[in-house]
Design a protein around this ligand. Structure first.
Ligand SMILES: [Zn+2]
Length: 386
């Protein structure tokens, strides 16, 4: 198959994007400024929406008329670390082999961003009847922390878009639903004492263990009462991922820290689940601890929360994606995206993008070139007069 100039341009843009090490711990400003310059060279109105400390930024850009009703092409600029992974190629130098392009972020999700950028000159020529927006965020991989500022600015200061396409890798299938995620840190404070005198102490590790078993009981209970068969598994899942605490084998542990998460199905309210955990702590766990020492405490902090996505059937976003893909069905994805944050802010959103999520976050991450080609056609059809 001969490569079209447009596909060649997409590969070249992807090579540039992969070359910026935008691991979430780094600034994304070199990439974002590069992309903003490129888009303004092609006639886009661009706007940077910086993080509170100015070290990172979202980019929002528009081609076409300055009116409501546009379509947002949304992606995150950050990537997950390559630390400890065994790569066969330089992860930050795009490498082509056997119809695939290897590099960190090639699938998740600089491939989509490269396609959107490659289309910019076409969009600029097309005399669009509705605007095409580009929304590129930071800190998605560490809890969708950046895009909230972008959504605030778009909704308060700019013409309201009609729909958002989040180009996370779905193999160009349309995903209209996903679970959410809520990341929690719980600190359990007990009272230290010599291990031979349990009556003098409150063991924070033991109390934390009770909380861990309660979390998994709650998971089992929700699995019985609250199901959504579109997902596997079809219920809200819990995971306690990290535990730390204690000082020595012969000291009753003073403190224990738990990092845990749950992934709510659509319809499950994260705040309700947290309230149930807090109620159990207050009614069951704390009284036993306080009886020995009134300074004992169990404190939980929500580190971040991304709500579930459940785009209503026939939403504007779904209609646009169906028309542009030719697909007449939608599915679900197992991962969390920024789509639910747009949807919760009142802008219909779905997920559809090139590549396979199985490659995301892996060593030797790649995207198939045919996926980029499909995505280019998809974006062209989005921009055609409706
Ligand atoms: Zn992603």
């Amino acid at each position: 198959m001969a490569e079209t100039p447009l596909l060649g341009e997409t590969k070249s843009l992807l090579r540039d994007l992969v070359g910026f090490d935008t691991t979430s711990r780094n600034s994304n400003l070199p990439l974002i400024e590069h992309v903003a310059d490129y888009l303004s060279d092609h006639g886009a109105a661009t706007r940077l929406i910086p993080s509170a400390d100015g070290a990172k930024a979202n980019l929002f850009a528009t081609i076409g008329p300055d009116i409501p009703g546009g379509v947002v092409l949304s992606g995150h600029s950050d990537v997950v670390p390559v630390d400890g992974q065994n790569w066969s190629t330089d992860p930050f130098a795009l490498t082509e082999a056997d119809g695939k392009l290897y590099g960190r972020g090639s699938a998740d999700m600089k491939g989509f961003i490269a396609c959107a950028l490659a289309m910019a000159p076409r969009f600029a020529e097309m005399d669009l009847n509705r605007p095409i927006h580009f929304a590129f965020s930071y800190d998605e991989e560490v809890g969708c922390l950046g895009v909230g500022r972008l959504i605030d600015v778009v909704l308060s200061e700019l013409p309201r878009p009609a729909a958002v396409i989040v180009g996370e890798p779905t193999g160009m299938q349309i995903a209209s639903a996903h679970k959410g995620i809520c990341a929690m840190t719980t600190t359990v404070r007990g009272r230290e004492a010599h291990s031979s005198r349990p009556q003098d102490g409150v063991n924070a590790i033991s109390a934390a263990a009770s909380l861990v078993s309660y979390l998994y009981r709650l998971c089992d209970e929700l699995a019985e009462t609250d199901r959504d068969d579109r997902f596997e598994p079809p219920f809200t899942t819990f995971n306690v991922g990290q535990v730390g605490g204690g000082d020595a084998i012969n000291i009753i542990a003073r403190e224990c820290l738990l990092n845990w998460e749950f992934r709510p199905i659509p319809g499950a309210d994260p705040a309700d689940i947290i309230a149930r955990v807090e109620a159990w702590v207050k009614d069951e766990l704390l009284p036993r601890m306080l009886a020995t020492d009134p300074s004992c405490a169990v404190e939980s902090i929500c580190e971040f929360v991304v709500p579930p996505l459940d785009a209503p059937e026939g939403s504007v976003a779904e209609a646009i994606a169906r028309k542009a893909t030719g697909l007449n069905s939608t599915g679900t994805v197992a991962f969390v995206t920024e789509a639910s944050l747009f949807a919760d802010a009142g802008v219909p959103a779905i997920v559809c993008g090139p590549g396979d999520i199985a490659q995301a976050h892996q060593p030797d991450e790649f995207i198939e070139i045919t996926q980029l080609d499909s995505c280019l056609g998809f974006l062209e059809r989005i921009a055609l007069p409706s």
